[in-house]
Design a protein around this ligand. Structure first.
Ligand code: MN
Length: 129
């Protein structure tokens, strides 16, 4: 089943790669290149999942996720940081800001879509046997 995935990324080659891969697997990406518009689009479209870069012009990814998670209608949308941050502690900061998960760049085309799809199960634990 195709997923509507908002992709917020200001680096054009990265954005194009994510869009290409998601479409190749039958999903419906909504590409946006800045934080403000990403936030507005999330509120309006209620996508199934959001992928969001951290370093963005205007409001950054931390601010996008903070505002998003403050909205009752958007709180449950899995929101995944996609970023090259590699320093110790950054992962905690990403999760503390409200992201549900983290994917590190560079994107691995072989596994990217599978990793993205795995985040959809967040907050929906399997039913007990
Ligand atoms: Mn960026």
């Amino acid at each position: 089943m195709p997923l509507r995935i908002l992709v917020v990324e200001d680096n054009e080659p990265s954005l194009n790669l994510m869009v290409y891969l998601l479409e190749a697997f039958g999903h419906k990406p909504l590409p946006i290149d800045n934080g403000e518009e990403g936030l507005k689009t999330a509120l309006r479209e209620k996508p199934d999942l959001i992928l969001c870069d951290i370093h963005l012009p205007g409001i950054d990814g931390y601010e996008v996720v903070r505002r998003l998670k403050a909205e009752p209608n958007c709180r449950s949308i899995p929101t995944v940081a996609v970023t090259a941050l590699a320093m110790v502690g950054d992962r905690d900061r990403v999760l503390e800001a409200g992201f549900d998960g983290y994917l590190s760049k560079p994107i691995d085309p072989e596994t990217f879509v599978e990793q993205v799809e795995a985040f959809l199960n967040l907050g929906h634990p399997p039913a007990p046997i």
